[in-house]
Design a protein around this ligand. Structure first.
Ligand code: UDP
Length: 366
């Protein structure tokens, strides 16, 4: 049985690392890995393949750098070519990027069954490109792997048949458990940056709603720069954020904190574990903050990971004005102990269901 996995962006490499390891250990299952090229810089792509021991992609499509429409269209065409050649039993897609949608759509049009890891997340904000990608992907998927009970309920409310939906847990939790200890052993990032455990704030910003809005980006950067005078702020800067900050004339603010290039996953885990607080608009980083029991100030108006807010670990801090953000960042808090993301064996659930379900589905259109 052949599964074509489509990845392209940083968070997908981490999710795929957890799943690929199990898929490739499943007897009778062959995985073909497609990298669309959406993220291609060494520190946004290659480092993850090396550190997380992800196999070399079988296909590297080299598509990125365009608008959403250009990227999605070019990926759709190129992935279709791969699928016609490989004739897989399943196409496996992850999360909510343009690569996810292109993979799902290419497969669905060829009547190849689609499996979606991290199905059912909703922000209910259709202005987010991620929301469009995930809603459309869920609605053409045949096997929907939901990370949480909330995600299951979102899917059922949208009329997706219950027999397609499986609550397997969160594959990012699998990755956090698997690589957490490796990070402790191997990462030297705290020494390299000369920061003390629990003595700094870790920040990440990359969502279009923040980076593409000069007012919101200025508010975030000003607040971080102010806070840095009291508590050091470590800020691995996403390439898009740097580009926009430069375009809006905000580089000077970046110089007023400890900005670094994006780091590999093991260094990131180490930075997360030891932060006093994490300020982020990332989906993955919000959850990782919780996995390591670090308070998280989320730089958004809403979040898909609502259970984190309900438990108290995560506070929504919409970047509207500098003063309230500074107040948010200088606080620390904790929350209730909850276990909404499974037991660290979500990838095993994905592999089992794919292997079992694949037999039913192997009669496809070829
Ligand atoms: N991450 C990383 N290095 C960084 C910033 C983030 O390894 O410099 C990891 C982070 O630990 C998490 C994932 O990238 O596992 C999150 O990706 P991102 O924030 O790009 O996307 P999102 O989760 O919002 O989809």
């Amino acid at each position: 049985m052949t599964v074509v996995s489509v990845v392209g962006a940083r968070p997908q490499f981490i999710k795929a690392a957890a799943v690929s390891r199990v898929l490739r250990a499943t007897p009778g299952l062959r995985e073909v890995l497609v990298h669309t090229g959406q993220h291609h810089d060494d520190n946004m792509s290659r480092v993850f393949f090396e550190e997380l021991e992800i196999p070399e992609p079988d296909y590297h499509l080299g598509i990125g750098g365009g608008t959403h429409g250009q990227n999605t269209g070019r990926m759709l065409e190129a992935i279709e070519g791969v699928l016609l050649k490989e004739k897989p039993d399943w196409v496996l897609v992850y999360g909510d990027t343009d690569s996810t949608l292109a993979g799902a759509l290419a497969a669905a049009k060829l009547h190849i069954p689609v499996a979606h890891v991290e199905a059912g997340l909703r922000s209910f904000n259709r202005r987010m490109p991620e929301e469009i990608n995930r809603v459309l992907t869920d609605h053409v998927s045949d096997l929907l792997f939901a990370p949480t009970e909330t995600a299951v309920q979102n899917l059922l409310r949208e009329g997706i048949p219950a027999d397609k939906v499986h609550l397997v847990g969160d594959v990012m939790y699998d990755a956090a458990l698997y690589y957490g200890e490796k990070a402790e052993r191997e990462s030297q990032i705290l020494q390299r940056l000369n920061v003390a455990p629990k003595g700094y704030i870790l920040a990440t910003v990359h969502r279009a709603e923040n980076t593409d809005d000069p007012v919101r980006l200025r508010v975030i950067l000003e607040a971080l720069a102010q806070v840095h005078r009291e508590v050091p702020v470590v800020f691995p800067v996403h390439p898009r954020t740097r580009k926009r900050a430069e375009a809006y004339g905000l580089e000077e603010l970046l110089d007023r904190m400890l900005t670094i290039e994006p780091v590999g996953y093991l260094d990131m885990v180490m930075l997360e574990k030891n932060a006093r607080l994490i300020a982020t608009d990332s989906g993955g980083v919000q959850k990782e903050a919780f996995f390591y029991r670090v308070p998280c100030a989320t730089l958004r108006d809403e979040t898909e990971w609502v259970e984190l807010v309900e438990s108290g670990w995560n506070r929504l801090c919409p970047p509207k004005d500098v003063e309230s953000l500074v107040g948010c960042f200088l606080n620390v808090w904790d929350g209730a102990l909850i276990f909404p993301y499974g037991n660290g064996r979500a990838a095993a659930g994905v592999a089992t269901l794919l292997a079992g379900g694949g037999i039913l589905w192997s009669k496809n259109v070829f």
